[in-house]
Design a binder for this molecule. Sequence first.
Ligand code: SF4
Length: 241
Amino acid sequence: MHHRLAHAGLLDIAAKLDRGERLDLSEGVRLFESPDLLAVGWLANREREKRHGARTFYNYNIRLEATNVCVASCLFCAFARLKPGDEGAYTMSLEQAWDKLRQRAHQPLTEIHVVNGLHPDLPFDYYTELLRGFKRIRPDIHLKCFTAVEIAFFADLYRITDEQVMRELMAAGLDSLPGGGSFRIWLLSGWNASGMNAWKPQVSSCSARARSMWSTRSSAVSICPYSIVTFDRMPSRWAVR
Ligand code: SF4
């Protein structure tokens, strides 16, 4: 592996990791841009095992999409239907969604994972009631619901701020956001105020929304390390950690 790391130009990074030193942004970018994924993966796994040994953690979740109606038209998406009434379009009633959870009463679920389409007509309390109902049925279950894309969509649709969206969803039981969506900046766990400030000159206005969500998150809710929140492709940001 020494030869491979040398060939990939990653020996200095490996040495830094050996010394237990934190990588900086430029080193993260080099890893991100390295064409030798196996070398990068080997380094990542070595760090993982150094910190956590052979332990691996899983949760037991139910995946639920309450509606596939979505005003967006992402090219890769075979799930969404543009309008209610289109062939294959569906929107669950709250009872139907809650029933999905009730039907799994015999299973040791730890989490509900909800990602929906961007429905143009549902009222905001559809979502808050959805969460409240889940918590009524299983008070201990973790609610990982709505990508950052959906949060931003809710804010636009209901004309409230991202922070208000987050706070109302959290009050209804939201515990975390899943990753994914079509936004592009990754908010990686471990960011702190200085990290954010150092990054600010490059940050587009849209990422103010990311910051808003992130600051709300710090008070109670967690955002998946892979949540992605803006429009501007900058791979270097993906490396911030
Ligand atoms: S936002 Fe999500 S559900 Fe809507 S079209 Fe894009 S990938 Fe599909």
